[in-house]
Structure formats: C-alpha cells, structure tokens
Design a binder for this molecule. Structure first.
Ligand code: HEC
Length: 398
C-alpha cells in the first residue's frame, strides 16, 4: 500500500489547495514582474513555504489548519456585518475576538518549512525511457561514487563524507518535491553549521540534464524497492516510449492516455488479442519485429534499446554484462498511466496477486469484487479503476 496515500477527501482537498494556492500566487507574481526567474522558471521569493507534506504526517495539525481557516472566514463575515450594521459593532467585535482566541492555530514550524527559489519548479523534461536512460549516464559519471550503483548510499566515497549519503530505496525521493530535489542536486546541501554535505552540480549539468537525472533516480529507487519488497510503495508511471501502431497514427505511449495499457515484453505468441487493453510490444533483445504486427499487438516500441534498459531499472534488474537478459514479462498500466500489475506467466493467468501497486489493503478490495464469471484480467482492470492511485509527492497530490 503506498506510504503516502491520502484516503480522506478533506485532506486531499486541503493539500491540493495549499499546493495550488502557492503555485498560482507565484505565477501571478511572475506575470506581474514582481519575482524573477531562476533556472528557467518563476523563482519563489521567500525563504519559507507552506508544507502539505508535514500535514500528511501530522493529521492533528491538518485539522487545526482547517478549523483555523473556518474561524478566519467566520471573523471576516462578522467584520463585514459590523461594517454594514453599526449596532452590531460591539457584539460582532467581541465574537470575532473570542473566535480568534478559541481557534486551535496550527504550529508554525509544522506548517512553514524552508523553501528554495526552485521549490515550485516542475520538470521540463517528460518522464520517458530516453530521459531515464540519459539520466543513468549522468548518474554513473557524477553520483555513483557516493550514492552507489543501487542508490543505497554505499558508493566507494560514502564513508569519507560528513554525513552518510541517504538510501534512495525508500520514501525519501517522494517526500521531497521535484523543485527541492532539483535545488539540492544543482546547488548542494549543507548541515546545520553551514558546512557542505553534498556537492552542487550546476556547473556540470544543464537544467534538462538535472531533470533527466532526477527521473533516473526515481526509476532506480522504484526498482530497488520492488526488488526488496515485491511491491511499489510509491506509484510509478509507465514511461513514455516511441511507438509504431498498426491501426492508429499514435506515435508514443503518452498519446494513449485514458486507456488501460498492457506492456508485453519478450515473446508474444501466447498473448491473446484483448479489446479491453491496448497492447504495446517490446520484443526480446535481438528479435526483429515483423512489418505486419502480430494480431494481439496494437503498437510496437521503436525506442527499443532505451525501453529495455529502463524496464530493467524499473524492475530492479539492472543489466550488467554478466546478468541474464530480461525474460518474458507483462505490465499493466491504469487509465492514468500508473503501472499497477506485473505478470511473468502469460495473458490468461492474471490474478490479484500480480498487483504491485496497491492503493488500499487487500481486504478493502474484496468489497469491490463481483462474483460473476470474470477472468483475472477483467477483475484486475476493474480493481484498478475502482481504486485509483492517490499519492502525494512533495506535499502535492497525484
Ligand atoms: C561527494 C559525495 C556525493 C556526490 C558525488 C553526490 N552526492 Fe548526493 N548526497 C551526498 C550526501 C552526503 C548526501 C546527504 C546530504 C545531507 O543529508 O545533508 C546526499 C544527498 C543527496 C540527495 C538527497 C537530497 C535530499 O533532499 O535529501 C539527492 C537527491 C542526491 N544526493 C542526489 C545526487 C546526485 C543526482 C548526484 C550526482 C549528480 C549526487 N547526489 C552526487 C553525497 C554526494
């Protein structure tokens, strides 16, 4: 079950309002020329920002914030009434003071966290096989000596650092917003005494290269989490890939948004055509796909080399010269593009056990089951639709 799932709708709305509100404010300030640009996007002008991610950990504070907002609204209404009707002045004024006094204000240190100029920056590079592959190269060049091949913080230089580099195979990269990670990689990090702990790479990496690197880090982390636990605690989207489709002029995975996608890797003979899913085929290494695609296949991946490498990273089976090639595997993505299930056995054998990204405990899924004669794939697709992914990355709902 994803760590950062938010079940309560009020909390979802509150987090969304906090993020959107600040982001919109920044865009307006930028349009009015009141804030400048940093690394290509509007620069957050303050040293602090409101933190949705802390409210997620401390529900009491989230409730306090909601009550405070209600109280503020009440006070504004009272003041308006006092302004409109003079005789209400005293009672309205006293009620407003009482409301302000009785309100459980949230703690400032929970609600406000340090911010960087790029805290609200968003990736300018799409989540694609080519971006992740490029990021892998930069990682090997600049980062691996401290962070290690698996991103676990066990690179050869790790022990010489002031603090130990973190293990990426956990929630860390999803707790941070894109913009904060971007700032940490470009401008480095410091400890409380102001001493550098992690070097900055703004001189060595361009802005797009930094985003590619961050895409790679999340892909690497996802693969290591899956390898260790058999599940994705954080939701992972199917990366964009270049396609050739038989009955459509679509040319990339992104063009298929809104559909259930079945990503078939390796042999395709056993796979049956299925109108419920769009089937995207990545043939085994060294296998040339025929010009006429097999009947079960809707699209062929044409960016095959990067797609294979990225699949290995996402599944935690990074290929080295002595590791075996990837076997046959199929992955299902839901209508929003999140990868939800994996199966090594063939299209007819899907079952709930293949879910690798669950959004609710299995017991809760039972309620959604229809006892009709439904095959495993049908049940999985229905479960995916009934339990959409709702998780928070850096305080922002996805
Ligand atoms: C000289 C060693 C070293 C190198 C090289 C290095 N890092 Fe780090 N990195 C660290 C240390 C140490 C930390 C922990 C810093 C801290 O918590 O104060 C860290 C932390 C991080 C974090 C966590 C940031 C956060 O928000 O907590 C990320 C992400 C990261 N590094 C990415 C990279 C990337 C990408 C590269 C390559 C471009 C890289 N690092 C190169 C040592 C290094």
């Amino acid at each position: 079950m994803p760590d950062r799932v938010v079940q309560a709708p009020w909390l979802q709305h509150l987090l969304e309002a906090i993020y959107r509100g600040q982001w919109q404010l920044l865009q307006w300030l930028h349009r009015l020329g009141l804030v400048g640009t940093h690394d290509g996007q509007a620069a957050w002008p303050w040293g602090r920002r409101l933190s949705g991610e802390n409210l997620l950990i401390d529900l009491g504070q989230a409730r306090a914030l909601l009550i405070s907002l209600g109280a503020l609204l009440f006070v504004v209404l009272l003041l308006l009434a006092a302004w409109r009707w003079r005789r209400l002045r005293w009672p309205a004024g006293i009620s407003a003071l009482l409301a302000l006094w009785a309100t459980p204000w949230p703690a400032a240190h929970v609600l406000l966290v340090p911010a960087q100029a790029s805290s609200f920056h968003q990736p300018t590079v799409p989540w694609s096989d080519q971006a992740i592959q490029a990021g892998a190269q930069y990682y090997a060049q600049h980062c691996v000596q401290c962070h290690g091949v698996r991103g676990d913080g066990h690179g050869p230089l790790a022990a010489q650092q002031r603090v130990w580099p973190p293990n990426f195979a956990g929630p860390l990269l999803w707790q941070r917003g894109d913009g904060d990670l971007f700032a940490h990689v470009r401008h480095g990090m410091h400890d409380r005494q102001g001493q550098p702990t992690m070097p900055g790479f703004a001189q060595q990496l361009s802005v797009p290269e930094t985003w590619q690197l961050l895409h790679y880090l999340r892909a690497l982390a996802a693969g290591q989490v899956l390898r260790a636990t058999g599940e994705w605690a954080q939701a992972v989207a199917l990366p964009d890939m270049q396609l050739r489709c038989s009955a459509s002029n679509k040319t990339s995975v992104r063009d298929w948004q809104g559909q259930h996608l079945r990503w078939v890797v390796g042999a395709v003979q056993e796979v049956l055509p299925d109108p419920r899913v769009v089937t995207i085929w990545l043939p085994a290494d060294g296998h040339n796909a025929p010009q006429q695609l097999p009947p079960a296949v809707d699209c062929l991946v044409t960016s095959q080399q990067s797609a294979r490498q990225v699949l290995g990273i996402l599944l935690g089976q990074e290929r080295t010269s002595d590791a075996p090639a990837l076997g046959n595997v199929q992955l299902l993505a839901d209508r929003h593009g999140w990868l939800r299930a994996r199966n090594g056995a063939g299209s007819s054998a899907w079952s709930e056990d293949d879910l690798i990204c669950r959004t609710q405990p299995s017991a809760a899924l039972e309620g959604a089951s229809a006892a009709l004669a439904e095959d495993g794939l049908g049940r999985l697709l229905r479960l995916m639709d009934a339990t959409p992914v709702r998780f928070v990355k850096g305080g922002r709902l996805h």
